[in-house]
Design a protein around this ligand. Structure first.
Ligand code: SF4
Length: 400
């Protein structure tokens, strides 16, 4: 699909636009573009409209997924400017997990009430590194994706967790294969801006971050009716209009296929050891505007923002219309932002309840996407049945 550039070409009165939002219909790209630039005085009205939309969609409830984070391999052939996770072979910390390590983490998570095994890994490292080809040969697999597929199956067979793979770009064949061993999967679109591929920008030297290629994977998941998680990474050099374009591209795919189970709005956080170490972080105001605009563009799509990346003021994100906190782990760190620990579940619950919501643990697949999965047979279907309560949430949960 092509992505249309959304430039604010004419200026309606933003105040009258905010009045119009009470109608509840999704806003246009033009309107979104203007709203991302709402002034501080206009921000409360924007947040109010977004919150009303959230309450129409899912009143009273905020969800999270109790997860363990499984970094199957941190070798990656891409070099994103903000990434602390990736390694080249031989670098300190370079690691590919063994099946025993995968199972050990999953079983420890199970004891603590986790229900999701989030597989996060570098994109096809064997294409760039002979060392990874050798590791895979020793493990007995032809590619990282073959190994991932086997580990998802292992999780299904040996634990009460459900796998949610996040392995980068996927062909139609690999979406089919991974969908047989996981109820949902994910790929962050991050941005549709191709200017970030230019020298010195965040995605220079990251061939797997070409937006058209990522859109193709997300579209193929839609064709195959796979519940899919995607989202934006904001503050990596894109403009507010680029954020709107990215949201519009996701909305368009969801309109065509109805498979976007969740949109994540993630904020860039700087770290001393990354190429973008001197880059400014997006402000909380930018986060609030982006979330609110996402909610108004997609009033009936689950919207998530990670609390650890907005601590200590993460509960403010609820005011902008999110309905999910994403994966919270009592066991494993956020390997993508290791300096930002997840809040303890008790604190998350207290802060969520203080805003007037109840907190529920969901599975990696959202309740409304379960009916389509119930037609499946085999191990995955059995596990879904066993792990889901009558409303489609997790039957077991982490202790707060
Ligand atoms: S963000 Fe993902 S694709 Fe980019 S370098 Fe890190 S692991 Fe690789």
């Amino acid at each position: 699909m092509t992505v249309a550039a959304t430039t604010c070409t004419h200026h309606l009165s933003l105040d009258s636009l905010l009045d119009e939002l009470r109608s509840g219909s999704p806003i246009s790209g033009q309107q979104a573009c203007q709203l991302t630039r709402a002034s501080d005085e206009q921000l409360p009205a924007l947040l109010g409209a977004a919150l009303e939309a959230k309450q129409r969609f899912k009143p009273g409830i905020i969800t999270y997924s109790g997860k363990v984070f499984i970094p199957l391999t941190n070798l990656c052939r891409d070099y994103c400017g903000y990434c602390i996770f990736r390694r080249d072979p031989g670098q300190p910390g370079a690691h590919t997990m063994t099946p025993e390590q995968v199972l050990e983490v999953a079983r420890a998570g199970q004891k603590l009430g986790c229900t999701e095994a989030l597989f996060s890994l570098g994109d096809k490292p064997e294409l760039g590194f002979p060392e990874m080809r050798e590791t895979l040969r020793r493990l007995g697999y032809r590619s990282t994706l073959h190994y991932l597929e086997a580990m998802c199956e292992l999780i299904l067979r040996e634990t009460h967790l459900l796998p949610h793979p996040n392995p980068g770009l996927l062909s139609a064949e690999w979406i089919t294969r991974l969908a047989a061993v996981s109820p949902s999967m994910g790929l962050m679109l991050e941005t549709t801006s191709t200017s970030l591929l230019e020298p010195g920008a965040a995605h220079h030297n990251a061939p797997d971050k070409i937006p058209a290629r990522r859109l193709r994977t997300i579209e193929e998941a839609g064709r195959q009716n796979v519940p899919f998680t995607t989202g934006l990474l904001i503050g990596i050099g894109e403009t507010p209009e680029d954020r709107v374009d990215t949201l519009l591209a996701i909305r368009e795919l969801h309109r065509r296929y109805g498979h976007i189970q969740e949109v994540i709005i993630q904020n860039f956080r700087t770290k001393p050891d990354i190429p973008m170490r001197d880059w400014p972080e997006p402000t909380q105001g930018e986060m609030l505007r982006t979330i609110a605009v996402a909610r108004l563009l997609m009033p009936d799509v689950n919207l998530q923002a990670p609390p650890n990346l907005s601590a200590p003021y993460y509960d403010e994100l609820l005011d902008a219309g999110i309905n999910d906190w994403g994966g919270i782990s009592p066991l494993t760190p956020d390997f993508i932002n290791p300096e930002k620990p997840w809040p303890h579940l008790e604190e998350l619950k207290l802060r969520t309840e203080a805003k007037g919501y109840s907190l529920r643990q969901r599975l990696p697949v959202y309740p409304e996407f379960l009916p389509a999965l119930r037609t499946r047979t085999g191990l995955l279907a059995e596990k879904l049945e066993a792990l889901t309560d009558r409303e489609g949430y997790a039957r077991r949960s982490m202790a707060a």
